[in-house]
Design a protein around this ligand. Structure first.
Ligand code: AMP
Length: 279
């Protein structure tokens, strides 16, 4: 079994040894409840770096909804079993007090790119993410950090933060892993009832339809309106957004002239799902 470290004081001497040996050290930040999508990040990290740390921390600061935080799946033993064959060097799973000790007073907030889409619907979410990721970079001393494109806006926020603060960490984005029916893998999928799970791929299907329409020259307003209708007709409760954005800045775009991204969030069976695809 890989050692599960709870304290930064236990992690630091280990990382210092690796870095003194000039070995690249990867960190793969997660909130646990690991699935194949997480493992694809671990494998990408392993391919690039001789040392890999996986962090497991359900970060209270990024949950704007206390019920969502409470319901978030916690499966540490199963996570450790999944990681065992992956060649991970350490699992860092700190307690909340280790990350936010009494007197903790700093927030990292990334203006602009944090504001639309998820930022509009989850106030404070990205400040929570940016703060904990900055902490995890500092705590682990990693040289490389691996994040999923599944959370496209999160990846953009972290890239912006790392560049703005000159953090000495290379941020690497990895493609979204999907189930065979197209649903993006997510720890939240486990909360869907079997009936809802069967309907869930409609989100990705509608997005693919919209991407085809956009590439075919249909105006963004129309293509997005049709996609929202498809998602609601398929049985989703609501759509928070379905939007075409510049892939790098997340600024609004009317047509996919430069690399563009279609991003969506919708709720099904009380579970909020997000997805994004290239257009
Ligand atoms: P989470 O545990 O949901 O915070 O996710 C931890 C990391 O795994 C983040 O960088 C996510 O973007 C990434 N991730 C989550 N789901 C997937 C997926 N289906 N494919 C690729 N990466 C993912």
């Amino acid at each position: 079994m890989i050692p599960i470290l709870r304290r930064v004081a236990d992690l630091r001497p280990q990382v210092a040894e690796w870095r003194a040996d000039r070995q690249a050290v990867a960190v793969v930040p997660t909130m646990g409840a690991l699935h194949a999508g997480h493992l694809s990040l671990v494998r990408a990290a392993r391919a690039r770096c001789p040392r890999v740390i996986v962090t497991i921390f359900v970060n209270p600061a990024q949950f704007n909804n206390p019920e969502d935080l409470e319901k978030y799946p916690r499966t540490e033993n199963a996570d450790a079993e999944l990681l065992a064959p992956e060649g991970v060097d350490a699992v860092f799973a700190p307690l909340v007090d280790e990350v936010y000790p009494p007197g903790f007073a700093t927030t990292v907030s990334v203006a602009g790119i944090s504001e639309p889409l998820e930022g509009m619907h989850r106030p404070g979410h990205f400040a929570g993410v940016a703060t904990v990721v900055a902490k995890l970079f500092g705590m682990t001393g990693a040289s490389h950090a691996f994040f999923g494109e599944k959370d496209w806006q999160q990846l953009a926020v972290i890239r912006r933060m790392a560049a703005d603060l000159d953090l000495p960490v290379e941020v690497v984005g990895c493609p979204t892993l999907r189930d065979s029916d197209g649903l993006a893998m997510s720890s939240r999928n486990a909360r869907l009832s079997p009936a809802a799970r069967a309907l869930a791929p409609a989100l990705h299907r509608a997005m693919q339809g919209a991407a085809r329409s956009l590439r075919g020259g249909v105006k963004a307003g129309k293509a997005l309106e049709w996609a929202v209708a498809d998602v609601l007709n398929a049985g989703f409760d609501s759509v928070d957004y379905m939007d075409l954005r510049d892939a790098a800045t997340l600024g609004s775009v009317e047509a996919p002239d430069a690399p563009a991204r279609l991003l969506a969030a919708a709720t099904l069976d009380g579970v909020r799902l997000i997805d994004n695809i290239a257009v």
